[in-house]
Design a protein around this ligand. Sequence first.
Ligand code: C2E
Ligand code: MG
Ligand code: MG
Length: 287
Amino acid sequence: NSKRSGRGLYSFFDTSLNTVSIQDLGLEQRMPSAIANNEFILHYQPIIRLTDFRVVGLEALIRWQHPDYHLVYPSDFIKTAEDTDLITTLDNWVLEAACQQIVKWRSAGLKVVPVAVNVSPVLLKSKKYPDLFFETLSRNQLLPENITIEVTRTAFIEGKNNVIENLEIFLSKGVRISLDNFGNGNGNGISNLNRISSLPIRTLKIDRRFIQKIRNNFNDNSIILSTIVLAKKLNLTVVATGIETHEQLVNLKVAGCDQVQGYFFSRPVPERQIREFLISPLRSIPA
Ligand code: C2E
Ligand code: MG
Ligand code: MG
């Protein structure tokens, strides 16, 4: 698969796992017991700072390790989980699992970086969520800066709910909040930036569909690059996601993008394989 064969530094992680559709397998009904049976696992993908190529964060991404099948990816079950309200249980499990993992890395003497969790709007609008979140952190003896919350734009377009209030609580306590999937085609990038600057969000994750438009010809990149420049002017931290090529990396660095994440550096991998990213900084990037 050519998309996966970018000049990654860590291409040895390229294990190809077949995905199965949860509908095909009738797994939908099995989700509740899957949680109880510990069939969900987290993979982690490094987030890298462009000034020095250090790992400054990880994103936790959920997978379903059904005993009889290959790994099932979130695109096959998150939507169902949201429709059945199981998502609350799932996202809370993810937070707990990420916290426990950070504690393990810390006791192993590894570098501790913020771990980003994706939080569904369903949970984000719950009044009980901040208390539950901070209870989980303190039970694991972690601090607000240990976890980053990734939210999507849909959380803000459901009319009146507690999302803004909750996010303000998180921000005031020192939890980082990232807006995920910016520029994914649901609305134009630049016109949305003005609105975003008034939201309780400090970090913008630019979607890979936007990043994939980057070409060698600098003129073709002007929309993407000026979006980054504008976001920086609005004091947002900019993370480009879905980086697969050296060309994308170079252009993003020129534009002043802060951090990057993508297959070029590493696919999301099990915690054993992420350890090496937490030991030492990356080697220099091949020209
Ligand atoms: P996301 O939060 O935008 O996560 C990024 C997705 O892009 C991940 O897919 C990741 O594997 C993929 N990706 C990363 N780098 C590259 C690259 O260079 N090229 C390409 N083509 N893809 C790349 P994944 O793990 O399948 O997750 C899909 C989505 O499922 C996530 O998108 C997120 O919206 C949702 N999700 C994942 N874990 C959770 C979770 O714990 N809770 C909730 N509510 N949603 C989750
Ligand atoms: Mg995300
Ligand atoms: Mg995304």
